[in-house]
Design a binder for this molecule. Structure first.
Ligand code: 5GP
Ligand code: ZN
Length: 143
């Protein structure tokens, strides 16, 4: 629906207006439609385990492991594909928070898995960048 509206109205507009419309659509639907933006903003409930100026972390609603935490940037970023070079410190911070939360959850020694699903083929269902921290049981080897 969103992409349909974008295509339908977007193509009939001159370039500067098209850019403006694109920016508007992104901002509007991100604010009103993104569940992780709502959790970060505090307008949707989540079991939050960490919050700082860059990221928020909370328990996954449908845990796939005894410990399953999502670490998300506070700023909306669709996926890894939308990352810029300037986001490198943010991504580094997500991993540092992940290892701190692993220690906090007591799964540091046993080990854990960090996953970032990207795009439809990668199994991404929520298009707000997030790092899965999963542990508390032995994971199947990937190879
Ligand atoms: P993805 O499949 O995009 O990599 O992961 C999205 C994850 O977000 C899934 O594991 C799903 O269970 C979780 N999730 C989706 N909606 C919500 C929600 O409203 N609250 C919480 N806590 N987790 C959610
Ligand atoms: Zn978002």
């Amino acid at each position: 629906m969103i992409s349909f509206a974008r295509r339908r109205w977007g193509q009939s507009l001159p370039w500067p207006l098209r850019q403006l419309a694109h920016t508007f659509f992104r901002a509007y639907f991100n604010m009103s439609g993104c569940i992780f933006c709502k959790i970060v903003a505090g307008t949707a409930k989540a079991d939050i385990v960490h919050r700082d100026e860059q990221v928020t972390a909370f328990h996954d609603r449908h845990p796939a492991a005894p410990t399953h935490i999502l670490i998300v940037p506070n700023r909306h970023i669709d996926s890894l594909n939308a990352l810029a070079e300037a986001d490198a410190p943010l991504v580094g911070h997500m991993f540092i928070v992940a290892k701190q939360l692993a220690a906090q959850a007591g799964i540091e020694e046993g080990g854990y898995r960090l996953i970032i699903n990207t795009g439809t083929h990668g199994g991404q269902t929520v298009f707000h960048l997030h790092l899965h921290l999963m542990g508390g049981q032995a994971m199947r080897a990937m190879g």
